[in-house]
Design a binder for this molecule. Structure first.
Ligand code: NAD
Length: 477
């Protein structure tokens, strides 16, 4: 069993002032795997003070110095990539194929930002004026548990490129990954106080970050409910706020698509990260008259190609839920789906999967589940479940598909598969979401990422991501 009882402030691993502890349980087996000592408000205040002091000099560093730090971070994260992956699979239960994708993306984030900064003009001329893009200040980074390394790399690479300093509050359920990532930053030799890690509860450490007058910006990834609280808390000190929130992504399969490949692909697009993904394609929209064929293909795929099991195995597609509380949430939604009027259970359902190895009996595995003939008004189609639960919804024509796709409070990811590119483009233009991925495309490390509607505001990655960490000053005359 591991003990996590250090936080990272001003370049040193120190004992937190907070004394409350939290037990962590391995998601695959349910056994106790770690005890975490949680930081408190005093720790958050100390970290903010360190970041504020470091900002004085770090905000004045040249672009070249910051590029050098980003390359150093890229080198260290690349060297520790395997350790980060092993920790993510063990602590969180993310299947290997997806862990490698996420951690690989995190390693690339530092390189991408270093390359982008070379040609990014921090002093453009606009009209007759000089515009200076200045670091926004101390940044509070608050993130969930489903891609700890990825979120930190995306946000902090932009912050460093801009000349900002950071206080990071990861999820309490990512204590091991948090410690490893802090070690990587320490190894990279950044000036003291530029990056600080304070692991504690959202209502304690997170709350302090969102209210403290010396924090200029909050970058948050997490649920829409907590995002709203953060936006309210930050208003008094007029913080700049980026919110990456929940999603309920539509996946439109057009009638000219090759269903034999598109439908299995659609199931995996829902089950990415074991369904614990904001961009998971959880609403599959298919032509109504093709529902019988779609249902058959989904059943076959579920029976033959979806493997629930050990995250470390290369062929595992769905791992456990992050913890028991979240397992209960997913079970509750499956129960709601079963009770809702019209929806028909095509596969999966309540309880743990059959034929799991005995060692996983106490793990937090759920049955990958498919509901078909779902009405988009149902709760399982409207609310974010954050587990491997697919809703199949029939549509009449293209206009109906768009109506259903946009009939959601969210607007983060969307997917379209078909052959006629001009038809696809026409549909993509009408979808209200931050990303529309075509024909199986999934991610672009330089394209902006973020939400419409209640999926949040602000963008991450590439130029748009960097913009969010800069204040704009016009020097006129
Ligand atoms: P959550 O909102 O419960 O927690 C996220 C973080 O916020 C945690 O670190 C938590 O401790 C902290 N927090 C909680 N209350 C707080 C408060 N009052 N003030 C400040 N911080 C507080 O989310 P979760 O359950 O950990 O993660 C799942 C959610 O994250 C899902 O809704 C998912 O869609 C969302 N998510 C969004 C994206 C995206 O990029 N849009 C990516 C991944 C996950």
């Amino acid at each position: 069993m591991k003990i996590f009882n250090k936080i990272y402030i001003n370049g040193e691993f120190v004992t937190p002032h907070g004394t409350e502890t939290l037990d962590l349980f391995r998601p695959t087996t349910g056994e106790k795997m770690a005890v975490v000592t949680l930081a408190d408000e005093v720790d958050a205040q100390n970290a903010i003070a360190a970041a504020k002091t470091a900002l004085k000099t770090f905000s004045q560093t040249s672009k070249e110095e910051r590029i050098a730090y980003l390359w150093k971070l890229h080198e260290v994260f690349k060297r520790r990539q395997k350790d980060l992956e092993e920790m993510m699979m063990d602590e969180y239960g993310c299947p290997r194929y997806f862990t490698e994708l996420l951690v690989g993306g995190a390693v690339a984030d530092f390189k991408n930002m270093a390359e982008l900064l070379v040609d990014y003009d921090l002093e453009p001329t606009v009209g007759h004026s000089k515009v200076r893009l200045e670091p926004v200040g101390v940044v509070g980074v608050i993130i969930p548990w489903n891609s700890t390394t990825g979120f930190i790399a995306t946000k902090v690479s932009s912050a460093i490129a801009a000349g900002c300093t950071c206080v990071i509050k990861a999820s309490e359920y990512s204590a091991g990954q948090n410690e490893l990532i802090a070690e990587c930053f320490h190894e990279a030799g950044l000036p003291k106080g530029v990056v600080n890690f304070v692991l504690g509860k959202g209502a304690v450490v997170g709350n302090e970050l969102t209210r403290h007058p010396d924090v200029a910006k909050i970058t948050f990834t997490g649920s829409t409910g907590v995002g709203k609280t953060i936006a309210k808390n930050g208003a008094d000190t007029m913080k700049r706020i980026t919110l990456e929130l929940g999603g309920k992504a539509p996946n439109i399969i057009l009638d000219d698509a090759d269903f034999a490949t598109a439908i299995p692909q659609a199931l995996f697009a829902c089950y990415i990260n074991s369904g614990q993904a904001c961009v998971a394609a959880t609403r599959l929209l298919v032509p109504k008259n093709r529902l019988p064929e779609v249902n058959e293909l989904l059943k076959q795929t579920l029976a033959t190609a979806v493997k629930v099991g050990k995250p470390q195995d290369a062929d595992t597609t769905v791992g456990p839920m992050v913890n028991k509380a979240h397992w209960n949430t997913v079970q509750n939604y499956i129960r709601i789906g079963l009770e809702e009027d019209k929806a028909e259970l095509l596969g999966g359902g309540l309880g743990k999967p059959d034929h799991l190895p005995a060692e996983f009996a106490n793990g937090t595995f759920v049955k990958p589940t498919i509901f078909t003939h779902v009405d988009n008004k149902m709760r399982i189609a409207q609310e974010e479940i954050f587990g491997p639960v697919l809703c199949v919804i029939g549509y009449d024509d293209d206009a109906d598909a768009i109506r259903i796709a946009n009939d959601t409070p969210y607007g983060l990811g969307a997917y379209i598969t078909g052959k006629d590119r001009s038809r696809i483009n026409h549909l993509a233009n009408q979808i209200k979401s931050g990303r529309v991925c075509i024909n199986g495309a999934f991610h672009d490390e330089l394209a902006p990422f973020g939400g419409f509607k209640q999926s949040g505001y602000g963008r991450e990655f590439g130029v748009y991501g960097l913009d969010a960490y800069l204040e704009v000053k016009a020097i006129i005359g």
